[in-house]
Design a protein around this ligand. Sequence first.
Ligand code: CMP
Length: 135
Amino acid sequence: MSETTLVIIKPDVVEAGNVGKVLARYEEAGLSIVAMDLRTIDGEFADRHYEEHLERDFYPNLRTFMTSGPMVPLVLRGEGSVARVRELNGATDPTKADPGTIRADFGESGPRNAVHASDSTESAAREIALWFPGL
Ligand code: CMP
């Protein structure tokens, strides 16, 4: 079933100049970009996005990183896009991600893992409404 998912290309990728290469991975997989922006967020917005992680010990570090510079949030549409994007991204920890995945190729470690993507259709609906209200 065609569905939408939210991806955030994180500040590490923007800073390294690899946004185009990451976007190409999704487009080459047949996914369509239906919304996209270049945006810098504040800590309050990060807290709303990562509401399930607020109490985790890694969250302060993640919050600092996600507010450190511009990012590229986008909405992708395609058949089974939530699962497909997670396959293309690879494991959350870039050091454990399969070769050829976006995180293995462009991520480092911890919060600097190149991309965020919604983990379910429910998360996608919540995150798309937060980042692109009215879409
Ligand atoms: P993301 O998809 O943005 O969702 C939560 C983020 O927390 C995750 O990617 C990682 O960047 C980060 N993260 C998860 N676990 C750890 C960890 N143990 N240490 C640091 N960052 C983490």
